[in-house]
Ligand binder design. Structure first.
Ligand SMILES: Cc1cc2nc3c(=O)[nH]c(=O)nc-3n(C[C@H](O)[C@H](O)[C@H](O)COP(=O)(O)OP(=O)(O)OC[C@H]3O[C@@H](n4cnc5c(N)ncnc54)[C@H](O)[C@@H]3O)c2cc1C
Length: 283
């Protein structure tokens, strides 16, 4: 978002350390009262001389409390999406604070916390793009983010499919390998087929985003919805094929089952993906 919409000075100030991952940035859109209806956000930014003064809270922020940089959507104008602007905020700016780390079903290696802004004075030069452009910038960021989340689901599901193939060949019941049962073979066949179809759609959407195609947002939403639904289904089937052992922490599949579940919720829920897709079809 900084690279695509920031001016030269902002890029020079922040991109070198982000590119080397010396610094990591969080994306701050969601608030306690606005999730799916992200444009209803209430965090305010008021211009005061050479600074904007930020007040409000962001919920569920990945990397919250750990990351050095926070790309924050805040209201500078009216209640519409056009009243939203985008700012680069640093962790150490006075008035930035964090809630406790959330206790989650999965994603335990990823910190998630509320981020609070209490009269945070952000230099006006840290505005990304222009005033009122923030929601557009936030949505453009999601096109790429949704591909990433879809890809995470595909990778996790592929690993679990590979594990299920190995396990069903090794595990014996009724005097033979459970992979000799056609019911098991057909499950594996469906898992592999659906995963491949999801991968093809994700690659097509990635090409559209790379090419800045006019229908990139629709394709990104389609790929995110399909890849994350199929990813979770494949992992669930892989767990089933491990029988009771799949439910134990001795095998990796239960962790993938927990970790992939959130992909159907974040970067916009899969219901909201359908809103995005149908809106593109009908307008
Ligand atoms: C682990 C984790 C990490 C996250 N990281 C970030 C982050 O880094 N930055 C960030 O900004 N946000 C982040 N989020 C927030 C995430 O994007 C939101 O949780 C998500 O957008 C849903 O918002 P909500 O939780 O408020 O649910 P709600 O919007 O309250 O939705 C509740 C239910 O209602 C449904 N619903 C709502 N509106 C409609 C509609 N119009 N039609 C049909 N169904 C609807 C939803 O699909 C959902 O099933 C993260 C969330 C999690 C869990």
């Amino acid at each position: 978002m900084i690279d695509c919409f920031g001016d030269k000075d902002l890029k020079e100030a922040y991109l070198p350390k982000l590119n080397t991952m010396e610094h990591i940035a969080s994306y701050c859109l969601t608030e306690p009262g606005s999730g799916s209806d992200a444009a209803a956000l209430k965090t305010k930014a008021v211009l005061d001389g050479n600074h904007y003064v930020l007040n409000g809270s962001k919920a569920f922020i990945s990397g919250g409390g750990e990351n050095e940089i926070y790309v924050v959507m805040a209201r500078t104008g009216d209640d519409s999406p056009k009243g939203i602007s985008c700012f680069v905020v640093e962790k150490d700016m006075e008035g930035v604070s964090f809630g406790a780390q959330e206790h989650k079903l999965g994603w335990h290696s990823q910190p998630t916390a509320q981020v609070n802004f209490d009269n945070v004075r952000v230099p006006a030069s840290n505005l990304v793009g222009h005033e009122g452009q923030g929601f557009k910038i936030a949505m453009a960021g999601l096109d790429g983010g949704r591909l990433n989340i879809g890809a995470c689901s595909l990778g996790g599901a592929q690993r679990c499919l590979d594990d299920a193939v190995t396990y069903t060949k090794e595990r014996s019941q009724f005097g033979k390998s459970i992979s000799d049962f056609q019911a098991v073979q057909f499950m594996l066949a469906d898992m592999a087929t659906e995963l491949e179809a999801a991968r093809a759609l994700l690659y097509k959407a990635a090409q559209k985003v790379s090419d800045n195609a006019p229908d990139k947002t629709k394709f990104s939403a389609m790929a995110k919805r399909y890849s994350t639904d199929i990813g979770s289904k494949v992992v669930n089937d892989a767990l089933q094929l491990h029988g009771g052992y799949g439910y134990l922490m001795d095998y990796a599949v239960e962790r993938f089952w927990r970790d992939l579940r959130v992909h159907q919720i974040l970067e916009g829920t899969n219901q909201i993906m359908r809103v995005v897709i149908s809106r593109a079809l009908l307008t």
